[in-house]
Design a protein around this ligand. Sequence first.
Ligand code: IPD
Ligand code: CA
Ligand code: CA
Length: 271
Amino acid sequence: MTDPLHRELLDLAQEAARRAGELLRDGRPADLAVARTKSSPIDVVTEMDIAAEKLITDLISGRRPGDGFLGEEGADTEGTSGIRWVIDPLDGTVNYLYGLPTWAVSIAAEQDGETVVGVVAAPMRGETYHSVRGGGAWATGAWEGERALSCRPAPPLDQALVSTGFNYVAEVRAHQAEVAGRLIPLLRDIRRSGSAAVDLCDVACGRLDGYYERGLNAWDFAAGDLIAREAGALTGGRPGEGPARDLTVAGTPGVFEPLQRLLEDFGAWHD
Ligand code: IPD
Ligand code: CA
Ligand code: CA
């Protein structure tokens, strides 16, 4: 039986992700331009990132005025209810800017600091992934009802398909490329989708064996991390730690452990 509060948070997260996803999909201007940049000249924000975050925070705060927010585009409030929403209104902005289909709306709800609900909507795939803590991982799409997600049985590491991402800061990217260069001969192959939230859900769906990245923020991984874990994946950061800015790692059991060890040996968390 799902806790009624968690059910309410899930329903609200799904509605917000669906409406923001429709806004982004149907409202993308043909002449979409960069509104401003953040950590570097290639770390871009569009008017649509900002509009999607506003839609989500307006909707949720209208229904649950006591909740707090942490959103990539600036939402940052404590709240009084013990619930905080961690939101990436558009994960995969560079893909979106270029008209590539891999981008998502990522919404997580934390209760007393722990993620209890995660929703990732990938509108151009026509798929949405969701989890409530302890309740498994699920997808909805162009089929009847909900499909249970479960990560793949582990192949040997040299047959594992692993995704990663590159930070927007040039020196960090250069170091990430070195680490990827050392890893690639040891794996089946490497992918770079352009959306951390989609990568984590692809581990949950069994479409990837593993994923890692340095430099993520909580809004990038909060929802996808819960969905991956609820699908049976292992997730973490550096050995013994949870996913963090230093390092985020996810993988099917049997791939996660050697991948995390190699990333530690290769110093993936720093340059
Ligand atoms: C980015 C994407 C990308 C990852 C970057 C993130 P954004 O998020 O998740 O895949 O490699 O580290 O910052 O900027 O598109 O929301
Ligand atoms: Ca992001
Ligand atoms: Ca974003």
